[in-house]
Design a protein around this ligand. Structure first.
Ligand code: ADP
Length: 176
């Protein structure tokens, strides 16, 4: 699909940007919204030191849901997964790392550590899923699994909007 093939554009002139930092697409799934966990989940990324560069509440279309999870389309749980994602509004967001890394990896890996294992019963306490969820089919949050998917999913969910460039002044207080 064309939306997925393009990189998420910066809001300001793309030509001026030579090096872009890693971004990850995080989404609070319908159960997280219904359970009143939006603030709690956003807060964990914000407190860690990630920089919020896009945020939106949305009603999901089947097309976007299926495109987002296209790598899982042959899995037996795929229809249930799409039904789950379509069951209510979601909150999509894009986070930039600004120096927060995990085991030498960037924001994508760091965000997945904070989110925890896919199955909440295997997710460590202290992670979002470990603390707030009990079942794989209701695991409250999504996070991109690679920098490429961070770009792809941002382009898909924020098609035409890009991300917001702003200077966050906390970086020298996070990293030496
Ligand atoms: P993750 O979201 O941790 O990257 P996957 O990409 O493997 O995990 O799966 C995407 C989503 O599909 C999961 O977050 C979960 O909501 C759902 N899912 C995965 N495996 C199962 C399963 N065995 N049964 C039901 N739902 C599943």
């Amino acid at each position: 699909a064309p939306a997925a093939a393009v990189r998420a554009p910066r809001c300001r002139a793309a030509a001026a940007v030579s090096v872009r930092s890693e971004i990850t697409y995080v989404m609070i799934k319908p159960d997280g919204v219904q359970r009143g966990l939006v603030g709690e989940i956003i807060s964990r990324f914000e407190k860690k030191g990630f920089k919020l560069v896009q945020l939106k509440m949305m009603k999901v279309t089947k097309e976007v849901a299926e495109e987002h999870y296209k790598d899982l389309k042959d899995k037996p749980f795929f229809p249930d997964l799409i039904g789950y994602i379509l069951s209510g509004p979601v909150v999509g967001m894009v986070w930039e790392g600004q120096g927060v890394v995990w085991e030498g990896q960037g924001v994508v890996k760091a965000a997945r550590k904070i989110i925890g294992a896919t199955n909440p019963l295997e997710a460590e306490p202290g992670t979002i899923r470990g603390d707030l969820a009990v079942q794989t089919g209701r695991n409250v949050v999504h996070g991109s699994d690679s920098p490429e998917n961070g770009e792809r999913e941002t382009a898909l969910w924020f098609s035409g909007h890009g991300i917001v460039e702003w200077e966050a002044h906390m970086k020298p207080w996070l990293v030496e």
